[in-house]
Ligand binder design. Sequence first.
Ligand SMILES: [Zn+2]
Length: 74
Amino acid sequence: MTETCWIRGSCWLWCRRDGVLVMWLGDARTEAESAPVYACGPCVEHLAAKVKRHATARYGFTETSYRQKNPTPY
Ligand SMILES: [Zn+2]
């Protein structure tokens, strides 16, 4: 598991605040450009809730609940 690295910067998601602790979420890509996307703690939590709702609606379970029901056998 990778350790989360927080840096001070601008949140690219809902709050759009500057000078807050943010973490790198990945790269956003348009037709011609790409850029690293950073988000603050509250926006990361909001995004995580949306991802969880999507995964539950689409697959009927989340990766975390699947792992809890099917632990690695070692
Ligand atoms: Zn934010």
